[in-house]
Design a binder for this molecule. Structure first.
Ligand SMILES: NC(=O)c1ccc[n+]([C@@H]2O[C@H](COP(=O)([O-])OP(=O)(O)OC[C@H]3O[C@@H](n4cnc5c(N)ncnc54)[C@H](OP(=O)(O)O)[C@@H]3O)[C@@H](O)[C@H]2O)c1
Length: 291
């Protein structure tokens, strides 16, 4: 479809594109794939609205990159902070894409926020509130890009576990719960796709396996990365799929899909369960309303 693949970099997938006068929201702008995505979108002329837990982190990231951008605080674990970010972004020009990139992975023990397992809350609930608050600010051909992961396959056995939002109803497993949150990201991308007007698209992406700060909670991270080295990507390659989904003309009409290695890929069958996606949407709205 796009002609790009595993080894393509974010610079390569955006080469020749003129993103001047375009505006891009990137969450988790201060680290890893978010930082690289911001760098490359700005390199092509785009205006980056960089979101991080604090204004200082967002501003520092843009300063480090040497780009003009708009820094905004957005702590995804605090929905009041997310709603303030929504209001700030709503005051900006229409959005050409929202790249919901921030995330946490494999918390070693069960942690909860407002009674909800923390990975689900941060990776999914926080982004649900942010993105739904901005859908009517998408430009005519605006795009939503949800960072999912191949780790959503860890949810294969138990699925989305809507009966276990607390994470306490079954024995806790860091990877299963991370995988569940990343499955939620795909289902959310599909639910958004159904709500968008013609010309706008919403997709989920797996960036690959990249050594970033995401592994901070894994005790033996270095050993784990050593064993996977041959299958790993650089940060530049890791940011390629989300940049492609956010800006490349070849996928401007692709919606409700799951991307990997810069192409549409097959996710778990349960990721295409639109009734489940709607149920997740309703449950998430209720969680957000009570927080
Ligand atoms: N790296 C991989 O191999 C890989 C594989 C599959 C999927 N992904 C996905 O790719 C995305 C980016 O990951 P990465 O590898 O770039 O990881 P990273 O370097 O750890 O960056 C994650 C970003 O998310 C931010 N974040 C975490 N919790 C937050 C919160 N509560 N509120 C606001 N921001 C928060 C972090 O901010 P702080 O620095 O302030 O904590 C950081 O900016 C994630 O969604 C991840 O699940 C990554």
């Amino acid at each position: 479809m796009s002609g790009f693949g595993f080894a393509s970099t974010a610079e390569e997938v955006t080469e020749g594109l003129d993103l001047q006068r375009r505006t891009y929201v990137v969450t988790g702008v201060n680290s890893g794939l978010g930082l690289e995505t911001a760098r490359v979108l700005a390199l092509r002329g785009g205006h980056v609205v960089g979101l991080a837990r604090t204004l200082d982190k967002a501003a520092d990231a843009l300063r480090e990159l040497g780009i003009e951008g708009t820094p905004i605080a957005c702590e995804l674990e605090d929905l009041a902070s997310v709603r303030r970010a929504v209001e700030a972004v709503r005051g900006l020009p229409a959005l050409d894409a929202i790249v919901a990139n921030a995330g946490i992975m494999a918390l070693p023990t069960l942690q909860q926020l407002h009674g909800i397992e923390r990975q689900l809350y941060t990776n999914h609930v926080g982004h649900h509130v942010l993105v739904t608050g901005l859908l009517d600010r998408l430009a005519d051909a605006g795009r939503v890009v949800m960072l999912s992961s191949g780790a959503h396959f860890y949810a294969r056995e138990h699925g989305l576990e809507l009966d276990n939002l607390s994470g306490a109803e079954r024995p806790y497993d860091p990877w299963r719960m991370y995988g569940r949150s990343k499955l939620a990201n795909i289902l959310f991308a599909r639910a958004v796709a159904k709500r968008l007007g013609a010309g706008k698209v919403s997709n989920a992406v797996h960036p690959g396996v990249i050594q970033t700060n995401l592994a901070r909670h894994i005790p033996n991270a270095e050993t784990m990365f050593e064993s996977m080295r041959a299958r790993m990507k650089t940060v530049g390659q890791g940011a390629a799929t989300q940049c492609l989904a956010a800006v490349h003309p070849s996928v401007a009409r692709t919606t409700g899909a799951y991307f990997s290695d810069c192409a549409v890929a097959e996710a778990l069958p349960v990721a295409y369960d639109d009734a489940l996606a709607e149920e997740l949407w309703e449950r998430t709205e209720a969680i957000a309303a009570s927080a």
